[in-house]
Design a protein around this ligand. Sequence first.
Ligand code: ATP
Ligand code: ZN
Length: 284
Amino acid sequence: MITLAVQKSGRLSEHTTKLLSECGIAFGNGGAARLKAESRNFPIQILFLRDDDIPECVADGIADIGIVGANVYYEKARPLEIVEQLGFAKCHMAIAVPKVFNYKGLSDLNGLSIATSYPNILRGFLDENNLNAEIHEISGSVEIAPGIGLAKAIFDIVSTGSTLLANGLKEVATVLQSEAVLVAGENLSADKTDLLDQLLLRIRSVKAAQNRKYILLNAPNTALADICAILPGMKSPTVMPLAETGWSSLHSVIEEDQFWERISALKAAGAQGILVIPIEKMIM
Ligand code: ATP
Ligand code: ZN
């Protein structure tokens, strides 16, 4: 049995539940108190916690692995390893100053007080850049600090920038890109490492499928060489003869980020009847 710590409720919880369900891991919601749940079909126990407590619980061995924002992982600085980037809850952490501040560069931060709930990440950034701003740690509503005279600048999570704008602030320096990550403690037993590997295979298969599409098309045999060059697939495209002589059907896998470019190139090369189908799982 492996124990996974996840956020009880918040920005990570819905995506986490969805990922586990796509990995074929079914579990209840932990009952009314929503503390822990055991999966019915995989030897995993889920602990529901505040996200801030997850790194410590995994480091202490109360949980073996956890899903948490990279921002929280770096802030807590526990002896844990990131075993997989999960690709959701993307955001970045930035320093922002009042819009009226005539900001020219990082050295303008010298001597300022900066409000944040992430003092460790901020200290690391200031030290790396030889800046001597003062860190003012507060636990929430960081963006109101300059307005009420608590600090001259802030360091916080930004996803859209609209909260900054609403508080008369502008972003001046990006410090960290963050997304949800799977973290693991340092000394997992052989049994638990084996379960983690099984879970990772499933997570990677789900992620790979999300980034790819299955594509089928018809083409005259004379165009096959050009079309195969556009469609590198997992090994190479599957080519099957059609009932109509001189024509073939071609099957392949195509990456989402090159999707439209490839489709245009395929049409130009003579492909017809192109079908694009989502892939549910792709075992790497
Ligand atoms: P908890 O009650 O568990 O302590 P929280 O209020 O600290 O929850 P959430 O707001 O649910 O945390 O955010 C969880 C994580 O989601 C953040 O640590 C961050 O990694 C990520 N995230 C993504 N976008 C945003 C955003 N716009 N604001 C805050 N967090 C975001
Ligand atoms: Zn939190």
